[in-house]
Structures are given as structure tokens and as C-alpha cells.
Design a binder for this molecule. Sequence first.
Ligand code: ATP
Ligand code: MG
Length: 746
Amino acid sequence: MEFFYQIINFLILLALIWLIGRKMIVSIFADRRARINRELDETEQIEQAELSLPEVPTVFSEEIPQSILHEVEEIHTHAEKAAANLLRQTDGELHDMRREMLSGVRDAFLKKLSARIGELLRTEPYASMLREKEAEFADMIIDRMEVTPGDMAYLRRAGVLYVTLTSAYELPQEIVDKIGRHATEMLAKIGGTPSYWVKVDPNLIGGLRFRVGDTVYDCTAEDRLYELCRALERREISGDEDAETLVADMLEGIMSTKHGVNEYQLGRVISVSDGICWLDGLSDIMYGEVVEFECGERGMVLDIEPDRIGCVIYGKFEHIESGSRVRRVGRIASVPCGDELLGRVINPMGHALDGKGRIWSKERRPIECKSPSIPDRAAVFRPLHTGIKAIDALVPIGRGQRELIIGDRQSGKTSVAIDAIINQKGKNTVCIYVAIGQKDTTVADIREKLTKYGAMEYTTIVCAPASASASFQYIAPFAGTAMAEYFMYQGRDVLIVYDDLSKHAVAYRELSLLLHRPSGREAYPGDVFYLHSRLLERAAQLSPENGGGSITALPIIETQAGDISAYIPTNVISITDGQIFLDSDLFNEGQRPAVNVGLSVSRVGSAAQTKLMKQVSSRLRMELAQYRELVGFTQFGSDLDSATKRVLDAGERMMSALRQSRYAPLPDWKQVLLIYAVAEGYAASVSPADMEAFAEEMYSYFEGMQPAVTEMLRTGKKMSDDDKKLLNEALASFGASRTAADNEVA
Ligand code: ATP
Ligand code: MG
């Protein structure tokens, strides 16, 4: 009996589940079906709208574009003639100039194109077609209309929100009323009232523009034309696109309603001075966003206050006036990146400074980007050879490391970094040299040297010279890092040099003071540490799952009178994984590069050093430090015991072995050979002055007469006792050959 009841209960349960479940399933499918139907209807409408577009009348395609083309050609020939006759440049330079001028011709062409299309749109049949679409535009605007948090805040403050409807022609009353009614309803929901204005502005060419507070919903032909021209400006016009097709494409783009409503925000300039600009409105804007001024110049938001926005202006600010309009671009500041940038000198915005024409890169990256997280990273394990003996042996650098180069002015900081770049030739490493606050001539010199040594092919120079605005100098290292990140995330290795971050800190201080931020120690703003730490945190060795790429950063800091305990030096020392301290005294004594062994350190690099180098140089640091100490100690003493003398002699010889001229990076095996030979006393008879000649002789002897030993050194593997014996024998026979040669000469 009980069993029978259980079956009945179970059946009732099943029936209930079926009843409820069926309803839900049916409603879900009905929703989906309705949505699909709606989308199908919409696409059909769009297609219909496209179909009803008339063909571009032949009058336009034949007459007007031809005349535009003709004018363009005229400018073009004029430019070439000017370049050839007046400037008498070499062929290469002439070529560069031509490309530059062609880009000028492009701008002129785009201006003409835009003016021409504006004229066309004002004539029939386009003018009446645009008028016919007014009701449709109104519906599109009503669909998109909403109140932003910024508008709400304004409404609460002022009690009323300004709402403006602008059109090119007088609108039918029902459209005006419909939009007005909608705006009133929308604002009533949040307890506000609109102050509704209707205007006519023939500059709009056609269509409607509706503004609620800061937000503009734009369906005008003027705005569409502006957007299309901007898109055309950003891409390369290919060979088979002539003015004719461009005009036809643009007309079609303007007449189609497929693109919908363009929504953006507008603000006003309150005041502008010293590259800083205060804005009113744009209450929803975010830190780091790009704004565009009426004159076409751009800026970046750096300060958000309750009643105003502070932004830096990238370019010239003379044309920007208080009261002029500012448009929110809708993205944060970014720079172009990619292989197209290699071999080029650019400003932090990615614009060419080398006269080789515009850079058409397809990719962009935001200049501020989150650094890779801990799980995304791997430990530093591969060496980045600088080719400088004193560095590779004593303060080795690993890929993904941040190693600071610090020293007084004119102590060889830039030279170390440039040598490191030159040494990356053939090592599949991309280099980026960021020049901040340097002289133009210094940068030109560096470019020339890099070109001469074949390093420019894999190098980009990002240049914000001393003459550039503080905002450019502030952005430069971030822009350089964004370009480096592009390569890193592709699994490639990058070396980036920031020359130098003291000037970067000064530029940031200037901006901060102009933005009225409170100043702290040495008048730097409180977040100057965060500025450099978030920059240098982006250097990383990615884990193999993330492609295994790396960014190695070599920031440079200039000290005053060797004071490494000043504010900015201590900050950057604590951020980086070690520092190479260049000592002016050593430099003046002729010890170049002037690496101070006692104060230089590399915290992670030794893990990346080759086993062989580690084996050879392990004692070196201690012995050199001892030597430096003894030198100071014995400066005034005359009588020295033989043990001290030996240490001094050996030290002096080793120091002279570590000397190296500029632009002469040394392969790893040669460094190992020299350091081993000097440390083991095979150069005991060589005076410090002859050390360089001795080294050269030894390298060529080993390459010619000892190929087996050379090969062993090249592998970079730890030497066994047998290997050591072989090397010792080879060095002894080299010593013997030298003595024999000396005797012969005598
Ligand atoms: P600044 O403070 O002006 O930026 P810096 O510290 O970057 O200077 P560099 O410009 O690299 O220094 O070098 C200063 C001078 O020292 C240069 O004239 C250069 O020729 C010389 N110099 C640098 N390194 C060496 C070297 N290894 N051998 C010989 N001369 C060198
Ligand atoms: Mg320098």
C-alpha cells in the first residue's frame, strides 16, 4: 500500500516539474526567437537603407576628383623641384625629404577632399536625402539617450540640466517635441528638469546633434565627415585608391546609417599655461585619457579635481584659448608599436623625427599598462652580455633584470649603455634607447654611432630632448616601455635604456608643481617613487607559458658630486636589482669604464652568468676591493712589504685589464681568457700600459693556434681540472712564443 502511495507521489512530482519546467523552457526559447527576429529585421532594414542609396553620379566621379588629383600633382611636383633645386641634398637625403613632403601633400589632399565632400553634401540629391533621414536620426538619438553619473552630479548641484538640439535646417515641430518629451521623461525619473534649447547651425551640413549636459549624441554629416577623414589620416592610402574611389567611399559612409550615433563628451578650456590646461565639464573622464582640442592638438588627463580637470598638452599650446572646446577621445594615451619602429628616431607619440616619413604601424599599446604578475614571470636565468669586461665579470646582468647605471655628469654612463646596445648585434634582441632631456646633438651623435656600428637596424630611439615640453619628457619612458612590451609579449628579448631618469623626475616635478600638487622632499611630489617603480616594474622575464620574452631595463641616474644618497638616486637604487656605480675619480685617473667595484652590485645577475665566467671571476671582486682599499691606505707610505706590493701589482694589472675603449664590446670567451690569464699571473711581465696590446696578441694567438681551447672557452661551460690544464698549457706556450718574438726583436 505504502509503495503504491510512493508511486503516486512520485508521479505528482514529475507532473509538477514538467508543468513548471515547460513554461520556463518555452519562455526562454520565445525570448531567443524574438531576439533573432528583431536582429534579422534590423539587418534587413540596414540592407534596405543601403540599397536605396543612389549611385555616385558620374558628374562627380569624372570632374571633381580629377581636379583634386591635378592639384595634388601640382603640389607634388613643386615640392620635388624645391627639394632638388634649392636644397642640393644627397640622394639619400633627397629621398627622405620627398617622403616627408609627400606626407605634407597628403594633409593638403585630405583637407581638399573634406572640403569638397562638404560642398557635395550641401547639393542635391544628398541634401534632401539627409533631410529625409531626420526622423530616423531622432529615433536613434532617443534610443541612446541616457544620463551619465557626471550629469547627475551636475543636476544635483545646479538643479537643472542643459539640453540642446542642433540641426543644419529648421526641424519639423514633431521631431523637436518628440526629443524634448523624451529628455523631460528621462530626467523626471531622477527628479530633474531639462532646460531645452533648439538651435540651427548650417555648419552641421545635415543631420541632428543632441547634447545632454556634457554628452553629445551626434548624427550630423559634419561629424561623420570628420571621423572618416581622421580614419583616412591614420591609414596608408594604397596605390589603387584614387581620389575617385575615396570620394565615393566617403559619401557612402556618410549617407549610411549603419554606424549609428556617435557619442562623445565635450568640455571647455578654463585656462592654459606652460603646457598645462584646466578644463571644465567632462565629469566622467578618467585618469590618463586623451582629449582633443579644437585646433587638433591632443592632451592627456593627469589631474582630476572636484570642479576641474588638469591635463597636459602634447604639442604646441599657443593655439589653445580659454573657452575653446575639448572633446573626449574615448581611449587612454597609447603609442604605435611594432617592427616598423626599428631603425627610427621618434618622439614619444610615435611621430618620426628622422625625416624618413610617417610610420605606419598597425598596432598600438597604452603607455600605462599593468606590469606582469608574479605567476606570469620566471626567474632571471639568461645572461645579457654588455661586452664590457668590468660589467660582465663583476656586475653581470640577466635578461629581465633592472640594473641602474649611476654616476656624476660626464662619467661615461651613456657610453656604457650604448656599448651594451652595440653588443646586442646578432643576438636577436630589440633595443630601445629613450633619451629624456638630452641635447639634440647628443642624440644625433648616438644615432650616428649606432648606425656606424650596425646597431640601428634593431634599435628605436625615443627622443624627448631638453627642448621638448615637460609633458613629452614625462611620457617618453612610458612610451618606450609600451613599445618594448609589444616585443616582450611576442616572446622576444628587449633591452631598454632610460637616459636619464633624474631628468624625468625633474620633468614630473615641473608638471606636478604646475598642477598645484603639494611638493615634498626636494620639491618633488610625493608619488615620484611610485612614478619610477611602476615604470621599472614592467621590466620582466616572462615564464615559458607566456612566451618567455623579456625586458631588461638599464635606467640611468645622474648624481651630484657622487652623492648616491640623494632623494631620486636612493629611490631608484631601491627599485632596481642592482647598480653600476661610475666613479668620477676613477674616470679621471684614466680607468674607463670607471666602474666602482665596491659600490656596484648585481642582485640577480649572477644566476644568469655563464658557469665559466662565474668560475673565473669569483675571486675577482674581493681582490679588487682589497686592492682599492690598499691603494688608499698606502698612498702616503713609502716602505711597503713584498706581500703588499704583490697585491698592489696584481690589482693594478687587473684594473688595467678591465680598461676598455668605447664601441669595442668584447665577446664572452675573450673576457674569460683575459681575466683568467691576468688573475693566474700569465701577464706578470706585462706593464699596465701594454695590457691592451698583450690582450689583442693573445686573442689572435688563441684563435689561430689553439682552436680546441678557444672552442672550449666559447661553450661557456665550467672547466674541469683537465680543461684547466689545457688552458694553462696554451697560455704557457703563448708566453713562450711572446718571449721568443721579443728575443728576436732584441
Ligand atoms: P652626461 O652626464 O653628459 O650624460 P655621461 O655620464 O653620459 O655624460 P658619456 O657621455 O658617456 O658620459 O661620456 C663622457 C665622455 O667620456 C665622452 O666624451 C666619452 O668619449 C668619454 N668616455 C666614456 N667612456 C669612455 C671609455 N670607455 N673610454 C674612453 N673615453 C670614454
Ligand atoms: Mg649621458
